[in-house]
Design a protein around this ligand. Structure first.
Ligand code: SAH
Ligand code: DHB
Ligand code: MG
Length: 216
């Protein structure tokens, strides 16, 4: 059996507790609120990152002094606004979105946040658009189709600078990471395994896991 973490029984899911922390550390200003609420209001799936994860993206972006960032999976721009706000002066985020309606909503939300000059939303499939972008980049955030996660991770390994940061949401694949039947689970497992070869890695236990890797 794998090494046990005797504290792993500590799992806090009390909504009041989590809401108190989100309100204190990850409050939404009007621009973030607009992007956070847009999916539910404009016919899109409400699958944006949580408030604290969004805030974490922003602080990590700032921490590494990122100037060039790439995101796969824009939705309504909630995570993109967080990443863009963390960029160093003159920095830029390229965010890839397959669905033109999502991209249009995201562009409006990014404009409302005053970030249109810092974010480019590229419409297309990640596997088609990533090859048109050139490294070296400082940060890659993966949050699109799970079947593509392994390919996105390979692009990140090839295009992140040494010390650059790989982040991937849903690293637990909705809790089904070890399911042998699902193609998405296999792709996310490959991302974990291949990332280990090129990055110093950890899977941060957020609600659905956040893979974090520093490019060696
Ligand atoms: N990162 C966003 C949430 C992204 S949800 C946030 O936290 O705010 C996942 C998004 O990926 C959806 O908008 C979906 O349309 C998009 N998507 C799905 N398949 C894709 C693909 N192959 N390439 C690019 N985007 C894709
Ligand atoms: C789904 C996708 C996500 O990226 C997420 O964080 C939650 C759910 C989904 O496709 O259902
Ligand atoms: Mg996600």
């Amino acid at each position: 059996m794998a090494d046990d973490d005797s504290r792993s029984g500590l799992r806090y899911t009390d909504p009041a507790l989590l809401g108190w922390l989100d309100d204190l550390h990850a409050g939404l200003d009007p621009a973030l609120r607009q992007a956070f609420e847009a999916p539910g209001q404009q016919g899109m799936p409400a699958i944006q990152v949580g408030r604290s994860e969004g805030r974490l993206l922003s602080l990590l972006t700032r921490l590494i002094g990122a100037t060039k960032a790439v995101e796969v999976g824009t939705l309504a721009g909630f995570s993109a606004i967080h990443i863009a706000r963390g960029l160093a002066p003159g920095g830029h985020l390229w965010s890839i979105e397959y669905d033109p309606h999502h991209a249009e909503v995201a562009r409006a939300n990014i404009a409302a946040a005053g970030l249109s000059d810092r974010v480019t939303v590229l419409v297309g499939a990640g596997q088609d658009v990533l090859p048109t972008l050139a490294g070296p980049v400082d940060l890659v955030f993966i949050d699109a189709d799970k079947e593509g996660y392994d390919a996105y991770g390979r692009w990140a390994a090839a295009n992140l600078r040494p010390g650059g940061l790989l982040l991937a949401d849903n690293a637990n694949y909705f809790g089904k990471l070890l399911d042998p039947e699902r193609a998405g689970a296999a792709a996310v497992r490959r991302l974990h395994e291949e990332a280990r070869d090129a990055f110093d890695t950890v899977c941060v236990p957020t609600p659905d896991g956040l893979l974090l890797g520093i490019r060696r």
